[in-house]
Design a protein around this ligand. Structure first.
Ligand code: 0GY
Length: 290
């Protein structure tokens, strides 16, 4: 497999200044491979995108903290994520991907390494299987640590996943709004189904991220902004935002991370909304002690 460089070589400095203390609540690290090899089951093999690059981008964009989400190319070997957290001087925490049979002792070790949640990925192009019963069992175990789960799926799976989501005994964060078709606007079928999910389950939060993957129009992502801004306005305590750097597996239309930051004031037009989106909500999940 050819190694992929999926990130912008020279992102712009954002025109929008994020508030002090902002958290990039969805990003990843890849490798470095020599230290942390990719999984034999990886569906893509990226170039190295290690902690130095991630923290340089954090500073370039004006953010203060990162939440590093274990990427599928590293499987259930969380060492690259833990290494990045360890290099961050306390400014990063993480979300792991685990074998659902993991013991409580191993979970406690992950907690000590800065992990505060686990990710369940249902994208068939990224993972081979997603055993719901096992996921519910491990969710029960992590609830003792005060962790949450991050769930990644695409809109066509939402209906089928609702009983599973209802059975999870913890806070749930859904990646990229469950990948709706934003081109049909805030009242399109996918957006209405997702809104209903939020209305009916107050333990569910979402990342209002990945304009680059969701927009059909591309920059300046008007379709994304029109569909998503009402979600931020109506569920201000239940939204997080992240760059998604290094944009796993993106090969065309690689986004300029500075431009992604410039969407924030368009989906969160008031200072109060931005504080919740970028600081209060992610800090509650990842640094509750501060
Ligand atoms: C994302 C999106 C993707 C990939 C992964 O773990 C991953 O490999 O999350 C994707 O390909 O949509 O959220 O980073």
């Amino acid at each position: 497999m050819t190694r992929i460089t999926s990130w912008h070589p020279n992102p712009s400095i954002p025109k929008f200044t994020v508030p002090k203390g902002s958290v990039d609540a969805h990003c990843h690290v890849f490798g470095p491979r020599a230290q942390f090899p990719f999984s034999p089951k990886a569906k893509y093999i990226p170039e190295d995108a290690g902690p130095e690059k991630l923290f340089a981008l954090r500073d370039h964009l004006g953010f203060s903290r990162n939440v590093i989400v274990q990427a599928s190319c590293h499987g259930t070997d969380n060492r690259a994520t833990l290494n990045a957290i360890a290099q961050s001087n306390g400014l990063a925490r993480g979300v792991a991907v685990v074998n659902p049979d993991i013991s409580m002792d191993e979970l406690v070790t992950l907690h000590e390494g800065g992990i505060r949640g686990i990710r369940f990925n249902f994208l068939k192009r990224l993972v081979d299987n997603a055993p719901k019963d096992k996921f519910i069992e491990v969710a029960e175990r992590i609830s003792r640590l005060g962790w949450h789960v991050v769930v990644y799926f695409e809109a066509d799976l939402l209906d089928e996943l609702i009983p599973f989501l209802k059975a999870l005994p913890v806070t749930i964060v859904i990646d990229h709004l469950g990948r709706p078709d934003v081109s049909k606007g805030a009242n399109g079928p996918d957006m209405l189904a997702f809104r209903k999910l939020l209305e009916e389950h107050d333990n569910i939060l979402t990342k209002v991220s990945c304009a680059d993957r969701l927009s059909k129009q591309g920059w300046p992502f008007d379709d994304f902004v029109e569909a998503i801004a009402p979600i931020v306005a109506d569920f201000p305590d239940r939204v997080l935002w992240g760059t998604d750097w290094p944009h796993p597996n993106m090969q065309d239309n690689i986004p300029d991370d500075g431009q992604l930051v410039d969407i924030i004031p368009r989906i969160a037009p008031t200072i109060a909304l931005r504080e919740k989106l970028l600081i209060t909500n992610p800090m509650r999940l990842y640094w509750p002690e501060l």
